[in-house]
Design a protein around this ligand. Structure first.
Ligand code: ADP
Ligand code: MG
Length: 253
């Protein structure tokens, strides 16, 4: 169980995240949904202590900070330096480094886990390629392989489907479901409210705070979507059309 209690983040004048409190059960795929600027990436960064925050985060009763080797984080694509010279094999082996420790040799087990992870995402033929040469969908699969090799229990993905074709998206959702069925917990930021939402068990609807959290069917209603996206956006949201940024709500300052 991942327990987030009163988590807040200020960036200078901006209150990016206001007192998020929620408990996420294991064996769930959680979709983090909300418009641009709603604090979705900030929530993940605050959980992982990548930005200064107030509040607490515990995993299975202990501070998450003391268990970061159990966590895999795949940041938004724009946050990754794609010119970094590394082969696909190297990137996936980085998932083993949390266990091996730097400056130690990878064991046969580590190498086997890397090969298996690449096979599982269908990227075994790309091991010696430079990561920067791959398409968006292939890169995303390599980062998922890294998380698999790490044998993480708690996985965070920030916008994994941006720049990814439909076939790859389907493969990724299949892998997510397998991981969930193995008892892992997945948190996936997805600003797009298209058909993809049906793959999530729980939905966390955000607008710089928790608007609603729970099983998908309970969270998606006009009131909650209006609170997150602005009432004018509901029709567009429900029809799967893009919603650009946040529209202002009656009652907003
Ligand atoms: P989302 O991922 O939902 O699009 P973000 O978490 O990236 O939203 O951003 C939440 C708010 O915090 C936005 O208003 C954004 O402009 C602001 N913000 C994000 N990162 C920074 C930063 N490093 N410095 C200042 N403001 C930021
Ligand atoms: Mg974001």
């Amino acid at each position: 169980m991942l327990t987030i209690n009163n988590l807040s983040v200020h960036y200078r004048q901006t209150l990016a995240l206001d007192g998020a409190t929620l408990t996420i059960d294991p064996r769930r795929i959680v979709g983090i949904i909300g418009p641009n600027g709603a604090g979705k990436s900030t929530l993940i960064k605050a959980i992982l202590e990548l930005v200064p925050s107030t509040g607490t985060v515990t995993y299975e009763g202990r501070p998450l900070k003391s268990q970061l080797r159990r966590v895999a984080y795949i940041p938004q694509r724009t946050a990754v330096d794609w010119d970094y010279p590394a082969t696909v094999h190297d990137v996936v082996m980085m998932g083993r480094c949390v266990h091996i420790g730097w400056l130690r040799w990878a064991s046969a087990t580590d190498r086997k886990l890397v090969v298996e992870a690449l096979e599982r995402v269908g990227m075994e033929g790309f091991a010696e390629r430079q990561i920067g040469e791959l398409s968006g969908g292939q890169q995303q699969r390599v980062f998922i392989a890294r998380a698999l090799a790490q044998q993480a229990d708690l996985l965070f993905f920030d916008e994994p489907f941006v720049g990814v074709d439909q076939t790859t998206e389907a493969i990724i959702f299949q892998i997510f479901a397998q991981l969930r069925d193995q008892g892992k917990t997945l948190l996936v930021v997805n600003h797009d409210l298209g058909e993809a939402v049906s793959h999530y068990d729980d939905i966390l609807l955000m607008r710089n705070r928790v608007v609603a959290f729970g099983p998908r069917a309970e969270v998606f209603n006009d009131t909650n979507l209006g609170l997150a996206y602005g009432s004018g956006a509901i029709g567009r949201v429900l029809s799967g059309l893009p919603t650009t940024g946040m529209s202002s709500l009656p009652g907003d300052p």
